[in-house]
Design a protein around this ligand. Structure first.
Ligand code: DGT
Ligand code: CA
Ligand code: CA
Length: 572
């Protein structure tokens, strides 16, 4: 069996969680988290790299020790150190950190005081009123835990888009080798570029359905065949992912693509529109009585219904049919429109590459500019820069810009927003920068009102330019902190602040919904990778996907602007 990058990353993340709960050295915890993020986002699989005899310790953030551990996981599917730690500290404790307001420290406190070892234990302890008696907790936090637990248990387990890609790509390569196969496309939420997917829906056209099914079910990662037919089958892969495969004739390919791309509510709206126009719409085509009037291409189906072709990212029944009818669909932003990246770290703080390496990588991507936004000093675990180090970096960037061709480095900082809403660096230093990226990295548990006020107060500072990862959520890992996002976006517009759409695949923050709200309120967005290494810069495409789901056009996004226009947006 092949070990995927996402599985290796998951092991390291779990190890980091458990070590953190045990109170291990924060730098050690951070090292495992960094490694997880490098591995998850890496464009090639660790298994392939090892097979090619590459030295993993040359990857960003991976030393000899971690390289060896990766090798062990690839070889055996297991990480002995994780097993060892799990013997001391129950594995389920890391899941407790998913509950809002429960960090490592609080999980440990509950474990020590009440022997809470699982979500079920936690629920029992909260329901029986035991939690309020543990020091550091009260009646209010106990209630919150209960409410959040109920919400959490209702959430199905979904796979992050980047992990789904890693699972889907080799499967498509396998299917391409099937006899008689013509078209292959992954439809469903994957094609709509949703941040997480429930399962993969693959649609193919082929002469002979049954030989395609043989080929599909014999894929070496198939764990269980749930159902098998001539035109549809469902399997579970070893990763746990469900895959549905449908085979349709080519005359139906467009209609089937629409149907299986969804969303369900988009399909229902289309079908209703069809009925009003006297058509029956289904996965085989558009029918007038028994006669198929079209179905071969998506365009033909939409056109028959009086609609312009609708990009998959918009197919959520959020007004796209109305817009398509009036030919008023947004001209969605594309990756090609991006002219620079406004959030990146170097080895001066917690990144893995030098200024020069980052600059050259950005230039190779065709960018005009790259902003260096190493952390401010508050983030000691990330080796944050104090005033002196930051000013030295500013001078170094000035010198480097003299020498660099075809790319401009912008001087910036990812400045912490402190609990009282002040910024982590004095105004005299902030003024030396081209602009600032400001973010919350601690005190996630404040009330909605206090957290919102904290951000508003920070934005009052004239040196505040971009609000980074505005909700703080990590997909499948940490819920957003509580804020009034509408109020924050309104305040940003009033003050001339920009809001970030962080493109890290585990953040994608703003959400698609947040992007729509921002656009309606007239707030400008920066799509930025928050790159900690050269290869992280490729994650821009996930940010663009999310922006497209949020109806954003080129003109909504500040880093689609040339440098001279961009600079003006930083003057408040
Ligand atoms: P997921 O897998 O939860 O991330 O979301 P989807 O959108 O991929 O949903 P899935 O896999 O259940 O079904 C794929 C597509 O098939 C869905 O987007 C629309 C279509 N579909 C599924 N069930 C129905 C249905 O009952 N009615 C209609 N009109 N379409 C459906
Ligand atoms: Ca699906
Ligand atoms: Ca499905």
């Amino acid at each position: 069996m092949t070990v995927h990058n996402s599985e290796i990353a998951d092991s390291f993340e779990k190890l980091a969680d458990l070590l953190e709960i045990e109170g291990a050295n924060q730098f050690r915890v951070r090292a495992y988290r960094n490694a997880a993020s490098t591995i998850r986002g890496y464009p090639r699989s660790m298994a392939d790299l090892l097979e090619d005899g590459e030295d993993l310790s040359e990857l960003p953030g991976i030393g000899n020790d971690l390289a060896q551990k990766i090798g062990t996981i690839v070889e055996t599917g297991e990480l002995p150190l994780l097993k060892e730690v799990e013997e001391r500290t129950p594995e389920a404790l890391s899941e407790l950190m998913m509950i809002e307001g429960l960090g490592a420290r609080k999980v440990k406190a509950l474990h020590d005081a009440l022997n809470v070892n699982s979500l079920a234990d936690l629920e029992r302890a909260a329901a029986s009123g035991e939690i309020r008696r543990v020091s550091g907790f009260g009646e209010k936090s106990e209630k919150k835990i209960l409410a959040r637990l109920q919400k959490y248990s209702g959430e199905e387990k979904r796979t992050r888009l980047i992990d789904a890609e890693e699972i889907g790509r080799p499967l498509i390569e396998h299917l391409e080798k099937a006899d008689g196969i013509k078209d292959i496309v992954i439809t469903g939420s994957y094609r709509r570029r949703k941040e997480t997917v429930g399962d993969l829906d693959i649609l193919v056209t082929a002469k002979q359905g049954s030989s395609v099914m043989d080929h599909f079910t014999s894929y070496n990662e198939v764990d269980e065949i749930a159902s098998r037919g001539k035109t549809r089958s469902t399997v579970f892969l070893q990763s746990g992912m469900q895959v549905d495969l449908r085979v349709v004739p080519q005359v139906s390919f467009g209609a089937a693509q629409i149907y299986f791309t969804g969303s369900k509510s988009h399909n229902i709206a289309l079908r209703k529109l069809g009925i009003r126009k006297g058509f029956k719409v289904n996965e085989y085509g558009v029918f007038k009585g028994d006669k198929r009037v079209c179905g071969k291409t998506e365009e033909s189906v939409y056109a028959k219904l009086g609609l312009a072709w609708i990009p998959p990212e918009l197919r959520e029944d959020h007004g796209e049919l109305e817009a398509a009818k009036k030919d008023k669909l947004p001209r969605l932003i594309t990756l090609n429109d991006i002219r620079g990246n406004l959030h990146a770290h170097t080895s001066a703080s917690d990144g893995h590459n030098s200024l020069k390496e980052m600059a050259e990588a950005a230039r190779d991507l065709g960018y005009d500019y790259l902003a260096i936004t190493d952390h401010s000093q508050r983030l000691t675990v990330a080796n944050g820069l104090d005033k002196k180090r930051l000013l030295a970096q500013v001078r170094e960037i000035d010198r480097l810009n003299q020498k660099l061709d075809g790319i401009v480095l912008l001087k910036s900082s990812e400045v912490d927003i402190l609990e009282d809403g002040s910024l982590d660096l004095p105004d005299s230093v902030l003024r030396e920068l081209d602009f600032t990226v400001c973010a919350i990295h601690h005190r996630f548990g404040l009330s909605r009102k206090k957290q919102t006020e904290r951000i508003l107060r920070a934005m009052d500072n004239i040196n505040f330019n971009i609000l980074a990862h505005p909700s703080g959520r990590l997909i499948n890992k940490r819920p957003p902190y509580e804020t009034d996002m509408e109020k924050i976006l309104e305040a940003a517009r009033e003050r001339g602040c920009i809001v970030e759409l962080n493109a890290q695949p585990q953040r994608l923050d703003l959400t698609d919904e947040g992007c729509r709200m921002a656009r309606e309120l007239g707030v400008k967005i920066s799509i930025a990778t928050d790159a900690h290494s050269i290869s992280d810069m490729d994650h821009m495409r996930f940010g663009v996907d999310q922006a497209r789901r949020g109806w954003l056009e080129k003109s909504d996004v500040v880093n689609c602007q040339p440098l001279d226009k961009l600079a003006k947006l930083f003057t408040r």
